[in-house]
Write a protein that binds this ligand. Structure first.
Ligand SMILES: [Zn+2]
Length: 961
């Protein structure tokens, strides 16, 4: 019967809802508190979002089956500017956005009209996302749901902020931030198009001069001042003469614009075209040298001051621009000037092994660059920059800095120039182009007297470091990324002028920034239940209340009275927090590593005592669609709810999880969906067929398959613990097939009709392990198998005491002999009339195990083995057949470790008994003849070709006639 996925989804969703199994309250069981970054409801979720939430759900369901009391809650993050920006665009009748609402997200027209109110946008997509989460089968306790603009949450955030300020972790200061000039608001990742975190670097502005007028250049490499040969301007640019804090500077208009945000007093005097500057000479700020101003097309108005100092020995652009002039490729230049340029020679000031005498020249030659507009110059620049930075040393022509390494000298040179008073600082965004969601190009702004979270605080960082160190991080390889983020973190603006959210309690003109109000909210889940039920009212939640719940501080009687609840209720809320905290696992996408996840740890270590620090972070990569990045512009975004309708929840869950381990990008495509559906369908059919949990047989193959099943449970459990879900799924869905085939072959050779009990057991085990991944269809299959209780309520399968190594070895002997026979018949093209097998002599088996245990303890020398075996009575026969030792050693060494281990555990096995008893039926089934078995030392054996002496343990000799 073809499965109706939507119907199955609906059926089990309803049953879970009725059972209230995912509503979690404290009890006597050990708990797991699993959280995932809550969604920002400004659009419906698509398949990409589904990955993080599905991972967390699988994790929750797994732990539930392992016997934990699992809390998996969800909230909705309304705070911030993006939703406000959207509502403004709706107010302005922005066609593109309204089209997207209509056609891409299928929002009804009358709803869109309400979207002039930002809260209506958030509410709409909130319900949309929630419905999708329910349809995906997420095992969430919805009683604890909240949004970040409800009054109780705002009380909580106010408490958090006052708390941090008391600890001096929120400071007022002047610090640079990414900034939207249009919104007059700081911007971070959530506020920018394409979710770019604005990063900036500090440029050193070096002031060359023509008389009283300053010609400033901005550089990241102040040490190259010693190698300057000229300056570059772009003749196409109209520069500005500008009064900057009283001095007259010649800079690009763009530079003047940016300087204003860095608190410079700017007054534009007049225009001066780039071409007017060509041929003029500037004075060095630190020596008597004079340098020509020359034209170059690579110079842009948007970088630095729009004027560049030329260091041709170390900067490929500079070198090439000089060559372009010398070659006559530069039009804006007179012959007399060109003659002067001919005299300019690169000045090498840094020596680096492998870069040659004039590094820029060498790399330009190697890359085949022929003009300054060649994009390869970018790579050339990067290559030299990084090599010189890490390995370069300054030459003797750099005065007091000679012999120093570039890595360490930068700051010294910077200070040296700044002492002359001929330098300044300029901050620039390092990202290519960062645009605010409103469309405006962002800048760096020095904010004065703003509120900052003091993430530069060394003690705070050290505490966070300690927490990261003690934490489980999955996958572990991402741990160093967190340490790097901690290292470079500095003060972070935590106030905003616009948006939804909570006001800064002591400065109510400002709102708490959206990444700052979403760092410790996991603790709010423990009380959200009481807020939602109306047991406690927001207006009665003051700082003393939170201090009691989170710290146990204060007089409970007074606090309960002020909070207008009973002492019992107060204690209950406190107990709820104590029971569920700390967070046992925090799930999130990789893009939140440098911000949310790091802030989450920082704020936890600041606010909570050590026993409430988070225990684990799980980070996942993104989802590709048919191998391509998902994006609105590519038109390849599938809203999650549409996908559930089309494919069913479980096939989507599996398709997302089976294509990649945590950090890799998962690929979603129709082909994998249909493969998964077929697989699930055939498992379902088997459940219908083997629905009887009858008796388990005791034949060797029964013991063997249950032993294998036990091993499967072990492997899956081990992968689950490491959140290697792709591996787990492969084991569950496909990893058992060849074993099952062998079992069926063995059973059918014996004409058995009592195997449905075993098959039922195997299926039940696989399905119960499948159920965290594909919860709906697993319930359906579980029911078909004859279970009356839901599989989501069952226990994770336990490994049977010990795998029976002997049974495993016996079966592997049988299957390898069957394989050998089949190979021989294939090669010789004989249709067998007789199959005779000779098993090895007893002494060989003893020798085999001595060699095996020798290998296991690290011995691999044939000579030593031979000597030792001969010296012992039971294996002295080795001297008649020393070649046996060599071959056996080779047999053993060619096997994987775990196989050697099971053989060692199994001990000596009676091969002639196993082969006589168990192989006969297989031979008869496959070849229709009777098997003959002899022992090597049997005097009356039939051995016309003298094969018996070749027999070795696990490698009996075979004769086919
Ligand atoms: Zn903006």
């Amino acid at each position: 019967m073809e499965l109706n996925w939507n119907q199955i989804d609906y059926k089990w969703r309803s049953k879970w809802y009725e059972a209230k199994d995912f509503e979690t309250d404290p009890n006597d069981k050990p708990k797991k508190f699993i959280t995932v970054a809550y969604p920002y409801p400004n659009s419906p979720q698509h398949i990409g979002h589904g990955r993080t939430y599905t991972l967390a759900d699988v994790h929750s369901r797994y732990y539930r089956m392992k016997g934990f009391n699992v809390l998996f809650p969800m909230g909705f993050h309304y705070t911030g500017t993006p939703i406000l920006g959207m509502s403004k665009r709706v107010q302005a009748n922005d066609e593109e956005l309204i089209e997207a609402f209509k056609n891409l997200y299928n929002v009804p027209e009358e709803k869109i009209k309400e979207f002039v109110d930002p809260v209506k946008i958030a509410d709409y997509f909130h319900e949309e996302i929630k419905a999708g989460m329910i349809e995906m089968g997420y095992s969430i306790d919805w009683r604890r749901e909240f949004t970040t603009i409800i009054p109780a949450y705002q009380k909580f955030i106010e408490w958090q902020f006052r708390n941090l300020k008391e600890k001096d972790l929120i400071v007022q200061g002047n610090h640079p931030v990414g900034w939207c000039p249009n919104d007059q608001n700081p911007v971070s990742q959530h506020d920018t198009l394409g979710d770019v975190e604005p990063n900036f670097s500090e440029y050193i502005v070096i002031k060359f001069n023509i008389g009283e007028e300053i010609v400033p250049v901005a550089t990241l490499r102040p040490e190259t001042l010693f190698g300057v040969t000229n300056l570059w301007i772009n003749p196409e640019i109209i520069y500005k003469k500008v009064k900057v804090d009283g001095e007259t500077w010649i800079i690009s208009a763009e530079c003047a614009y940016k300087l204003e945000f860095l608190n410079k007093k700017i007054e534009i005097i007049e225009d001066i075209s780039g071409s007017q500057l060509i041929g003029k000479k500037v004075h060095s700020p630190t020596s008597e040298d004079e340098f020509l101003i020359l034209p170059a097309s690579f110079v842009t108005a948007t970088t630095g001051t729009g004027i560049v100092m030329s260091v041709p020995a170390h900067a490929p652009y500079d070198f090439q621009a000089l060559v372009d002039i010398k070659n006559g490729n530069q039009k804006n230049i007179e012959d007399s000037l060109r003659n002067e340029v001919e005299k300019i020679q690169p000045v090498t000031i840094i020596s680096t092994d492998g870069l040659g005498d004039i590094p820029a020249q060498e790399v330009i030659k190697r890359m085949g660059i022929t003009n300054q507009d060649d994009p390869k110059l970018e790579d050339a620049t990067k290559e030299i920059y990084s090599k010189e930075f890490y390995e370069g040393k300054l030459n003797s022509n750099t005065g007091e800095f000679a012999g120093k390494k570039i890595t360490f000298v930068k700051e010294e040179v910077k200070e040296w120039i700044s002492k002359t008073g001929k330098s300044d600082i300029m901050l620039e965004l390092t990202n290519e182009s960062v645009r605010c969601r409103c469309g405006t190009e962002c800048v760096v702004k020095l904010l004065n007297n703003q509120w900052f979270l003091d993430y530069a605080n060394k003690e705070w960082k050290a505490k966070a470091h300690e927490c990261f160190e003690s934490m489980n991080i999955l996958p572990n390889e991402i741990r160093t990324e967190f340490f790097n983020v901690l290292d470079w973190l500095r003060e972070r603006a935590c106030a905003r002028q616009h948006g939804l959210g909570t006001k800064i309690p002591w400065d109510t003109d400002w709102l708490v920034e959206s990444l700052a109000d979403s760092v410790i909210y996991m603790s709010f889940y423990t009380m959200a239940k009481f807020v939602n039920s109306g047991e406690i009212l927001a207006e009665n939640m003051n700082d003393e209340f939170f201090n009691y719940i989170f710290y146990g501080n204060g007089d409970s009687e007074i606090i309960a009275k002020n909070a207008k609840i009973t002492i019992e209720k107060l204690e209950e809320i406190r107990k709820e927090f104590l029971y569920f905290y700390p967070v046992d696992s925090r799930h999130s996408g990789r893009d939140l590593v440098p911000n949310h996840l790091t802030f989450f740890v920082l704020n936890h270590v600041a606010i909570f005592p050590k026993e409430n620090w988070p225990k684990e972070i799980v980070v996942n990569g993104s989802v590709l669609m048919d191998g391509k990045k998902m994006s609105k512009s590519m038109g390849n975004i599938i809203p999650l709810r549409d996908a559930v309708k089309k494919y069913g929840a479980d096939p989507i869950r599996l398709a997302i999880l089976i294509s990649a381990e945590l950090l890799q990008d998962a690929d979603f495509n129709a082909e994998s969906i249909s493969g998964i559906k077929n697989r699930l369908q055939s498992m379902y059919n088997e459940c219908v067929k083997f629905n009887n949990p009858g008796k388990i047989g005791t034949e060797p193959e029964d013991i063997w398959i249950l032993s294998k099943l036990s091993k499967l449970i072990f492997e899956v459990t081990e992968s689950m613990e490491k959140m290697r879900l792709r591996e787990s799924l492969h084991h569950i869905l496909y990893g058992f097939d060849s074993d099952l085939q062998w079992y069926m072959k063995r059973a059918s050779a014996k004409n058995r009709n009592d195997i449905s009990g075993v098959l039922n057991r195997v299926l039940a085990t696989r399905i119960s392990m499948l159920s965290p991944f594909a919860p709906h269809i697993a319930e359906e299959m579980w029911e078909k198998l004859g279970n009356s209780e839901m599989v989501s309520r069952s226990s994770w399968p336990k490994q049977e005491e010990q795998t029976d190594d002997r049974a495993v070895q016996n079966e592997s002997l049988l299957s390898s002999v069957m394989n050998d026979i089949s190979n021989i018949t294939k090669v010789t093209k004989i249709i067998p009339k007789k199959i005779i097998i000779y098993t090895a002599d007893i002494w060989k088996s003893k020798a085999y195990h001595k060699i095996l245990s020798g290998v296991n303890s690290g011995e691999t020398n044939v000579g030593i083995f031979i000597k030792e075996l001969i010296s012992q009575k039971e294996t002295e026969n080795v001297k008649k057949d020393p070649d046996f030792v060599k071959k056996t050693l080779k047999d053993i060494l060619s096997e994987p470790m775990d196989l050697r281990k099971t053989k060692l555990n199994a001990g000596e096995i009676d091969e002639s008994e196993i082969i006589s008893n168990e192989l006969s039926s297989l031979i008869e089934a496959d070849y229709g003849i009777k098997l003959q078995v002899f022992s090597e030392n049997d005097y009356e054996k039939y051995d016309p070709k003298n094969k018996a002496r070749m027999a070795r343990p696990y490698k009996p000799a075979i004769l086919i006639e």
